[in-house]
Design a protein around this ligand. Structure first.
Ligand SMILES: NC(=O)c1ccc[n+]([C@@H]2O[C@H](COP(=O)([O-])OP(=O)(O)OC[C@H]3O[C@@H](n4cnc5c(N)ncnc54)[C@H](O)[C@@H]3O)[C@@H](O)[C@H]2O)c1
Length: 286
């Protein structure tokens, strides 16, 4: 059976939370928080597929380029973790491209014959006020954050259902719970991820597939490197701007990628939790 164990307690020595031997797909797992998720599952004995892309359909993203080298970096990560005896494989896929997603899931079916957990960790952001935002810009940010979640979830369902059930964890954001100026397209997409997550959880509850979202607050990945360029005020350094952002967090502490990975591990294993959006934001959404 592909269902997770009946308790959240260790099911075998060394298997601290039921992830050992599970097949886990992390889409957008080369960098940032996805990378921390890959490492967290791998050290718990999961067989991890890290899927990422070298190119995106537009340059409306935090890398300011269509070239993002995600698959190249995913390959290096898989090599590094495999050298430590962990089971990590890199596959190329663009979450926003249906043919690419279809091929990814077919490859996983051929290689492993099963799939237990899917983490949709990819995402793009872009800064623009609505008054001057182009439709193409709006659509591409929605596509890069929300349509990809739909495509990966849809094509993963047959494998997740096949052996009794599984789990999907989607990356939303604190921007999926509150609006923020100049990122209306990003907020719309991240609110959308939460609505999609809740609806799919209801559709799949009887099939044993659980669907949840994680909502990070502020983590200094490539996304914030880009946002700092946009939000740093005249006379302020980037680091001063980042410190100003701290004031938005009730705990006055930024989250680390590992904080988010812990929440993903929990959601992937929590057998009675479905349709939820879990904030890991130091209280920002409280
Ligand atoms: N950084 C933050 O403060 C923050 C806060 C809240 C939510 N988030 C969300 O968390 C997720 C991860 O963000 P991050 O900061 O780690 O970003 P990141 O840029 O560090 O990493 C994103 C990864 O996803 C990959 N990727 C992007 N689009 C892809 C696609 N279409 N197909 C396959 N791979 C793709 C990139 O190549 C990269 O490896 C995103 O959904 C983001 O919106 C980030």
């Amino acid at each position: 059976m592909n269902t997770l164990p009946d308790t959240a307690h260790p099911s075998s020595p060394g298997d601290t939370d039921g992830h050992q031997g599970r097949v886990v797909l992390v889409v957008g797992g080369a960098k940032g928080m996805g990378r921390a998720v890959v490492e967290a599952f791998a050290v718990r004995g999961a067989r991890v597929v890290v899927a990422d892309t070298n190119t995106l359909s537009s340059a409306y993203n935090q890398y300011r380029s269509q070239r993002v080298d995600g698959f190249t970096v995913a390959g290096e990560l898989a090599e590094e973790l495999s050298a430590k005896g962990l089971d990590v494989t890199a596959l190329q896929a663009d979450a926003s491209d249906e043919e690419s997603v279809r091929a990814l899931l077919a490859e996983i079916g051929d290689r492993y014959g099963r799939l237990d957990t899917v983490v949709n960790a990819f995402g793009v952001t872009h800064v623009s006020p609505v008054a001057t935002m182009e439709l193409a810009e709006f659509n591409r940010v929605v596509e890069g954050n929300l349509s990809g979640v739909f495509l990966v979830s849809k094509h993963a369902l047959p494998l997740l259902r096949a052996d009794g059930g599984g789990s999907i964890v989607n990356f939303s954001s604190v921007s999926g719970r509150s609006g923020f100026a100049k990122v209306a397209h990003y907020c719309a997409a991240k609110f959308g991820v939460i609505g999609f997550t809740a609806s799919l959880a209801l559709e799949e509850a009887r099939n044993g597939v659980r669907v949840n979202a994680v909502c990070p607050g502020m983590i200094r990945t490539a996304m914030w490197d880009y946002l700092l360029d946009e939000f740093t005020r005249p006379g302020e350094t980037r680091d001063e701007c980042w410190e100003r952002m701290r004031g938005m967090i009730p705990q006055r502490a930024f989250q680390q990628p590992q904080d988010i990975a812990e929440a993903v591990l929990y959601l992937a294993a929590a057998r009675r939790v479905t349709g939820q959006a879990l904030g890991v934001d130091g209280g920002m959404s409280a």
